[in-house]
Design a protein around this ligand. Structure first.
Ligand SMILES: Nc1nc2c(ncn2[C@@H]2O[C@H](COP(=O)(O)OP(=O)(O)OP(=O)(O)O)[C@@H](O)[C@H]2O)c(=O)[nH]1
Length: 420
């Protein structure tokens, strides 16, 4: 079973992949500024939040419903033992509790076990809550005919449990909770032989219900706020502020994970080092702000070419980028790198002072490794791609140089020795 931390990281990566980091950062910032008084985010964030948090909610719900079923099952014993309810009344009470409310609660447990989190699950929980509340009120009426101080707080405690532990989102629970509170008052005041003590118990139940509703609202708000803060922090810490690609630190760890995965699965992969040609001259001609914009545009194209699930790309530093591609078929990465180089040229960012072309171009060093082994280090593959990038620069720039990772070569040999 995956740990919740691994799940959370996988979710974070899924969100990152679904949208570019700058777009997501903007979305989260906007949400933080707008607030979320109705406990709802915009659709994309809401979906991501739920997929991460509903696992915990599901466990809570199942625990809560199981406890509720147990309490309903054993409560008739106390009814007769402590409230002196005669057998004839106890029969109807038991029939209601054990014959109706326990099966309804167990059915809700079964639903939560079999079905994942969804709106339907929230409605099922709310429905179960409503049925049990009405059932408990009916039970209260039956027993109060024989015992004047049978406590109504039981209903209030049930409310606390469902709202606070069941994590039913407030918009569903509020109308149902309000209706059930009114019903409780009507039942106690209108139908039961009311006494001052009944009003006291009713007030206690009402305070519990209010307390529970506020607790649910506050805890849900804090949970959502801290989730937004955490997502924002992760995104900002992992991404380059200018291009939105993974920054050097995050890139290195993503590459290490991708390399380890490729070694484990015996997947061939290719690593490309991409460098913008004569970018110093670009800055000198058009200024640094224009240089920044060019970097952003190049990064956008690189990202488009690294969208498959196991692809990785990031800003290595300055005007250098790295991409990692798992090889699906022979020469695929070479074609991919060539297409990427052509796409950047086709973006037609004018570069009048370049000796290579009248537009911004890139040189690419692509190192391909077949069946990576434990002793093949990632840094050796990176050095191989770097050496090929220098070859591409020496060959006149705006081209792709491809090489096979050579385990016997100077870099590969040294690394293999170090690993031994
Ligand atoms: N605008 C801008 N420029 C950057 C950034 N990071 C690095 N650079 C510039 O990138 C340029 C890199 O120059 P060089 O390493 O000499 O390489 P080059 O001019 O691209 O030449 P070749 O790589 O040999 O084709 C420098 O002028 C840096 O100032 C950045 O974030 N923004």
């Amino acid at each position: 079973m995956r740990s919740s931390r691994v799940d959370a990281l996988a979710d974070a990566r899924e969100i990152e992949q679904a949208q570019s980091a700058p777009a997501l950062i903007g979305l989260i910032r906007k949400q933080l500024m707008r607030g979320f008084v109705w406990l709802r985010f915009t659709a994309e964030l809401e979906q991501a939040f739920r997929s991460e948090n509903d696992r915990a909610a599901r466990v809570n719900r199942i625990a809560l419903l199981s406890i509720a079923a147990l309490v309903l099952l054993i409560s008739p014993l106390f009814d007769t033992a402590y409230f002196g309810v005669p057998e004839s009344a106890a029969f109807w009470s038991r029939l209601l509790l054990v014959g109706v409310l326990v099966p309804v609660t167990l059915a809700a447990v079964a639903w939560c076990l079999r079905r994942g989190e969804s709106r339907a699950t929230e409605f099922v929980i709310t429905g179960q809550f409503a049925i049990v509340t009405v059932g408990l009120l009916a039970n209260h009426m039956i027993l109060n005919r024989y015992s004047a101080d049978f406590p109504i707080e039981f209903v209030g405690v049930g409310f606390v449990a469902v709202v606070a532990l069941g994590r039913v989102r407030s918009w569903v629970i509020l109308p149902v909770g309000a209706a059930l509170s009114v019903l409780t008052c009507v039942t106690v005041i209108g139908l039961v032989n009311s006494s001052p003590a009944d009003y006291y118990h009713l007030a206690a139940a009402g305070v519990l219900a209010l307390f529970a509703t506020y607790l649910q609202y506050a805890s849900e708000y804090v949970l959502r706020r801290s989730w937004l803060d955490r997502q924002l922090l992760q995104l900002v810490a992992r991404h380059d502020g200018l291009t939105g690609l993974l920054n050097r630190h995050a890139l290195e760890s993503a590459l290490a994970t991708a390399h380890a995965h490729a070694v484990r699965e015996c997947n061939d992969y290719s690593l490309a080092m991409i460098d913008i040609d004569q970018f110093g001259a670009y800055n000198n001609r058009y200024g640094h702000p224009a240089g920044d914009e060019a970097l952003r545009r190049v990064a956008e194209v690189i990202e488009v070419y690294a969208r498959r699930p196991l692809d990785v790309c990031g800003r290595y530093g300055g005007e250098e980028f790295v991409t990692f591609w798992i090889e699906g078929r022979p020469n695929e990465a070479e074609e991919h790198a060539e297409a990427l180089r052509a796409a950047i040229e086709d973006a037609a960012l004018v570069h009048e002072t370049s000796d290579v072309a009248p537009v911004v171009t890139v040189s690419i060093g692509l190192c391909h490794i077949e069946q990576p082994q434990q002793h093949d280090s990632l840094s050796a593959v990176l050095s191989c791609a770097d050496a090929l990038l220098y070859e591409a620069k020496a060959a006149g720039r705006n081209c792709v140089k491809v090489g096979l990772f050579d385990r016997g070569g100077p870099v590969g040999e040294k690394m293999a020795e170090a690993a031994d």
